[in-house]
Design a protein around this ligand. Structure first.
Ligand SMILES: Cc1cc2nc3c(=O)[nH]c(=O)nc-3n(C[C@H](O)[C@H](O)[C@H](O)COP(=O)(O)O)c2cc1C
Length: 218
């Protein structure tokens, strides 16, 4: 009799634990779904914004966007980026000298230049005594793309508008930037992102095209 009461107690305890774990699983699933919704929504809402109000960007907001930028993945974790933030509009003319592409961005609250150190080497982080590695096969470009996109997504999340403008590999765009910023030869200006509060009502494009998605084989 005592044994069966004990047995019943064990079964009840297990049931209670199972119920608790189911409950916490469904709670954590709901949290994951909410968080996924927020993330996917930011990605789907991102669009290029090319006109801005005169509002400035708070320093802590800028820092959070920069932190998001450098959270990007990086081949062999070399992290080749250097990022220059400019907010002095009176200097934009010089920065964009001769770069017709940038004429329309002179109202941006900030212009963020994503630069790459093409020669950076690092000991592997998991083994600091091992020989240094450098980003192989110029994949620093991929790192810089990921870094730029992270910044754009963070800008979207803060209700800011931004646009990725190409710099590398166009010398007419790179040279004035490199000259103005006094970049050393191994530092390449990769992309330029004007950013500010949107003045217009740009909407994201629907780019979904099922024919571009392939399963198992092309
Ligand atoms: C590598 C790259 C270079 C780009 N260069 C420029 C540029 O020089 N000037 C510009 O106005 N937009 C530039 N864009 C923005 C694209 O024109 C824009 O992403 C595209 O039209 C799709 O629109 P969306 O960003 O609103 O989805 C560039 C985007 C990428 C990814």
């Amino acid at each position: 009799m005592r044994k069966s009461i004990l047995g019943l107690a064990v079964v009840l305890t297990n049931l209670a634990m199972l119920a608790a774990s189911c409950c916490s699983n469904s709670e954590s699933n709901a949290t994951a779904v909410n968080s996924a919704d927020a993330t996917i929504n930011t990605i789907m809402q991102r669009k290029s914004v090319r006109s801005y109000t005169s509002d400035t960007i708070a320093a802590d907001v800028m820092e959070r966007m920069l932190r998001a930028a450098v959270a990007a993945p990086s081949g062999m974790d070399v992290r080749p980026w250097h990022i220059v933030v400019m907010t002095d509009k009176s200097k934009y003319d010089e920065l964009f000298a001769g770069n017709f592409n940038m004429e329309k961005f002179k109202q941006a609250a900030a212009v963020v230049i994503f630069c790459a150190d093409t020669t950076v080497t690092r000991p592997p982080r998991e083994n600091p005594d091992a020989p240094a590695v450098t980003t192989p096969n110029s994949i620093w470009r991929d790192d810089m793309g990921a870094c730029t996109e992270n910044f754009l997504l963070a800008a979207e999340a803060f209700g800011l508008g931004a646009v990725w403008t190409a710099c590398y590999p166009f010398h007419d765009r790179m040279d004035p930037v490199a000259a103005y910023l006094q970049l050393p030869g191994n530092i390449v200006p990769y992309s330029i992102v004007p950013v500010g509060y949107p003045a217009g009502d740009e909407q994201p494009k629907d780019k979904w095209d099922e024919s571009r998605i392939h399963y198992e084989k092309f």
